[in-house]
Write a protein that binds this ligand. Structure first.
Ligand SMILES: Cc1cc2nc3c(=O)[nH]c(=O)nc-3n(C[C@H](O)[C@H](O)[C@H](O)COP(=O)(O)O)c2cc1C
Length: 205
């Protein structure tokens, strides 16, 4: 597949079919993840593949996704926001629990931080985070190539997730990614269109 085609195909999907992803597709995407640029040449990333409902429930509980917000509260929260952004949040927020439970696999991407997140003071300290996100992008593009999609969920209660899943204390969780084949009724939201030439600056801003 052409790179452009994979880039255009990759979209965030939050509704999945009940269909197992073949292990070789996940492995291909992870192999390609490891080809991403990395700040220290070490590619200190790990992937945890979760298939069981029990572990998915552990994630939902760790993130306290049980408490849902009603539609009116949500609408009020985003009343004055950009329409495309509002549409995304109104679609995404109610699905956070469901997408973790219903995705055939959930992949947790773990990285070794250069500086503890709490101690980071400069962009340079976040090179480890920038690198792992390059890896995640390769991973998502490689899945899209095989009609598999994901949604990058960023956990809030990382310490609890690390404790519950036995992730070494010194590592960090970059993202929890429910992945699967698109459900028939899956919504693909409008992407905010950007006029790239207006964002390109030459010599100075
Ligand atoms: C750093 C990052 C954090 C995100 N966090 C969440 C999240 O917690 N829950 C969610 O449903 N989607 C999350 N997303 C997905 C975005 O909502 C999605 O990428 C965005 O709306 C653009 O849509 P597209 O990926 O289809 O182009 C996140 C994406 C990124 C890059």
């Amino acid at each position: 597949m052409e790179l452009k085609e994979a880039i255009e195909k990759r979209r965030t999907i939050r509704d999945f079919q009940d269909k197992v992803i073949p292990g070789n597709i996940l492995k291909y995407a992870i192999d390609n993840g490891f080809k991403a640029p990395t700040y220290n040449h070490l590619r200190e990333w790990d992937f945890i593949i979760i298939n069981s409902v029990e572990t998915k429930l552990t994630l939902v509980e760790s993130e306290r996704l049980d408490q849902s917000l009603d539609a009116n509260t949500l609408e009020a929260l985003f009343r004055n926001e950009d329409e495309i952004m509002k549409e995304m949040y109104l679609e995404a927020i109610p699905k956070q629990k469901k997408m973790i439970l219903e995705a055939p696999s959930v992949v947790i991407v773990v990285f070794r931080p250069k500086t503890r997140v709490a101690d980071a003071k400069r962009i340079y300290d976040l090179n480890c985070l920038a690198s792992v996100w390059s890896c995640i992008q390769n991973f998502l593009l490689s899945l899209a190539e095989h009609d598999v999609y994901g949604v990058t969920f960023i956990p809030q209660n990382i310490s609890l997730i690390k404790k519950n899943l036995g992730i070494p204390e010194e590592l960090e969780v970059a993202s929890i990614i429910p992945v699967g084949y698109k459900a028939e009724n899956a919504k693909t939201l409008k992407q905010k269109s950007v006029n790239a030439p207006e964002r390109i600056h030459y010599e100075h801003w």
